[in-house]
Write a protein that binds this ligand. Structure first.
Ligand SMILES: *Cc1c(COP(=O)(O)O)cnc(C)c1O
Length: 405
């Protein structure tokens, strides 16, 4: 990102998320372009970064949205994503969420169990409508990624087996209130190998063919998200190879290929900026204490995820340091053994690849205010989320009567 970090920090303070909106567009167009001439829908995984401005930007480019709660569906609609491009996934949907999604007439409800299908059928019947559905199948392939973000094995909670999916489709086909038009899988996140995706596509394409034979016509073939990105020195999947492999695996099927990328779109479109408070040496160990913490960027603590960290405009010999925040947890770190020059109060560190699962996983732990978010487009910066205040944090408690205490 070619931006003047010092200027941004002076203007918006730290900690701060900054997103490169030109890069978001570039990523979207690259993926969409790889499917040129084919029917495809890039349904952005809203959970990776659900800022309304981010979604609006993608909506204008023509993207759809993959949502995992009714809140995300509402965000997508509010940001201007067309309803016929919105998918509602998730392993546990409340009745009220199902009802609202059906009333909003979005493209698909993606079902993850037989029990859920029965609930959707009942609610659609109450509403006197036919629910467009897809079924998330679990192709049982090993995505070769971190176990916490692997989702396509039978041991994971997601989806149903190929056999139960087939039974569900047959049931849905007969139901007056279900219209099975999609099939879905999502085998994991941060995928850097093409072979598990191809394997899953082939298994699921076979199912689609066998459904076709019994007059069940699947129109949306959803390969999920999970395209990996470079955090460190990963070798990632090239979009044209991804597209070619999918198109080859589903050869002969007349379907729209749906993708649900989140990380691919956002991770390297965002940075997290934090300010050095102090340096400290405990025995042999060097700590750099910063004003950003695990509540702002959880991935290092949660998954031991690596984010490259660099000091802005700072020279000197680099020695390893743990970059830690002020939160009262030993797990509160942004980086371990990070090579950094000697640092002083108010120096700025850039935490790279922080655009996905950064702000959206943030919390108020330790009564810390959620940070501000800024977009940069064509060299200009725009505030897209105000920094939270103490009053923002306590307002829902303040309205409660505590005179009983
Ligand atoms: C999380 C998720 C995604 C997005 O995953 P990325 O790794 O960010 O691309 C897509 N689809 C489903 C169903 C998900 O749960």
């Amino acid at each position: 990102m070619s931006l003047d970090i010092k200027t941004l920090v002076d203007k918006y303070d730290t900690p701060l998320y900054v997103y490169d909106f030109n890069n978001i567009a570039k990523r979207y167009q690259e993926l969409k372009g790889a499917f040129d001439g084919k029917k495809s829908l890039v349904a952005y995984a809203v959970k990776s970064n659900s800022n309304l401005a981010v979604i609006k930007h993608l909506a204008k480019l023509g993207a759809g949205a993959d949502c995992v709660s009714i809140g995300e569906v509402k965000r997508a609609l509010k940001a201007g994503i067309a309803k016929y491009k919105i998918i509602f996934s998730g392993v546990g949907k409340r009745d009220s969420e199902i009802r609202e999604a059906l009333q909003k007439d979005i493209l698909l409800l993606n079902l993850e169990s037989e029990a859920e299908m029965k609930r959707v059928e009942m609610i659609a019947k109450e509403l006197g409508i036919e629910a467009r559905i897809s079924i998330r199948v679990n192709p049982n392939v090993d995505p070769q990624t971190h176990p916490y973000i692997s989702t396509g094995l039978h041991e994971n909670k997601f989806g149903v087996s190929i056999d139960s999916a087939k039974r569900m489709y047959i049931y849905a086909k007969k139901s007056e209130h279900l219209n099975p038009i999609g099939i879905h899988f999502h085998i994991g996140s941060q995928l850097t190998e093409l072979s598990p995706i191809v394997e899953a596509c082939e298994i699921v394409a076979d199912l689609v063919r066998s459904l076709k034979a019994i007059d069940i016509d699947i129109k949306f073939f959803d390969v999920g998200g999970g395209l990996g990105v470079v955090y460190d020195n990963e070798i990632t999947i090239k979009t044209h190879e991804y597209a070619d492999a999918i198109i080859k695996a589903i050869k002969g099927l007349d379907v729209t290929v749906v993708m649900e990328p989140g990380r691919y779109m956002m991770a390297n479109s965002g940075i997290f900026l934090t300010r050095v408070l102090y340096e400290k040496q405990n025995g042999d160990k060097r700590f750099v204490i910063v004003d950003g913490a695990m509540n702002d960027l959880l991935r290092p603590s949660l998954y031991s995820a690596y984010h490259k960290i660099e000091a802005v405009q700072k020279d000197g010999e680099k020695t390893p340091a743990d970059v830690v925040g002020p939160v009262c947890e030993s797990g509160d770190f942004l980086g371990k053994d990070v090579p950094l020059p000697p640092l002083e109060h108010n120096d700025i560190l850039v935490v790279h690849s922080a655009g996905a699962y950064g702000f959206t996983m943030s919390s108020n732990y330790n009564t810390r205010n959620r940070v501000a978010e800024v977009a940069v487009l064509d060299g200009k910066d725009y505030l897209i989320r105000k920094r939270e205040s103490f009053d923002d944090q306590i307002k829902l408690e303040e309205v409660c009567d505590t005179s009983w205490l």
